[in-house]
Design a protein around this ligand. Sequence first.
Ligand code: AHG
Ligand code: MN
Ligand code: MN
Length: 333
Amino acid sequence: MEQSRIALPIGAALDRFIKAKQDEFAYATGELSQLLRDIALAGKVVNREINKAGLVDISGSTGMENIQGEDQQKLDNLANIRFIRALTKGGEACVIVSEEDEHINDLKNHGKYVICIDPLDGSSNINVNVSIGTIFSVFRRITEPGTPITREDVLQPGKNQVAAGYLLYGSSTMLVYTTGHGVNGFTYEPSLGEYFLSHPDMKIPEDGSIYSVNEGNYYDFAPEVQEYIDECRKRRYSARYIGSLVSDFHRNLLKGGIYLYPATETMKQGKLRLMVESNALSFVAEQAGGFASSGTGRVLELVPESLHERNPLYIGSKNMVREVENYISGQSK
Ligand code: AHG
Ligand code: MN
Ligand code: MN
């Protein structure tokens, strides 16, 4: 049974917020809260690594590295190590699916949660000082904790997510997440080492006038998708494409817009990965009043058949996503 809701003010610290939300649910055991804290902590560590990425190159070139030699690693590997370490130590996750790992990380413990993660999204932007992110999904395992992990524990549809979100390492670092009761955004204050509520109950405008797509692929898109993009141009929409899904998604969440990564001639299922990219942002989008489609239906209904499966993605303002779906199905004619 839900108890009375406490509205925390802007500026509330993340820990206080998580605790207050947990107290709203009579039977909450605190495990999901702890998991969110573990993710937030790993985000701080990755944020620190990212901010000294230039320096890492310098220390690398002078032969300086830490004992594990980790400074020499690519930042997406390093982020992967940091998140897996934090989640392993935390003990709430039993298995981690990562974009960086071909196979599952079976933690062989009694944890209840399945985590899917893109430790560093937008990696082509790392070396050019442009915003990047981390994307995460949380599922409850289906089989009994402590028993061997099964295929059905791991390959769950996005609609089963119990929490999801992202970290954005941008002009400031943010954590945006949902546990299925709306979306809240926290901004990291590096001098205090703490996240504070800055964007309570985020809502994406139902309509927008920004479209985000790699238009260099235009001639490889299906004619229906080309027609939609032509229409965006005719309406003089703004084209905005950072090339980091998290950053593009976040901008559109705040301002209203659509992000598209359609199928192309060479990438028949598009580029983005269902389990570590599309699912989490689709859950956040819906919780903020937006929508996410694979072009033919709701992303959150897709049941993955393999860990690194890809899907075409159309995500953002509800009416914009519906419109592109209509183009794809031919109903706009
Ligand atoms: P990642 O860095 O995790 O591999 O993801 C990159 C993704 C996504 O962040 C971005 O929107 C997209 O790739 C960009 O792809 P293009 O360079 O093909 O536009
Ligand atoms: Mn990615
Ligand atoms: Mn990545």
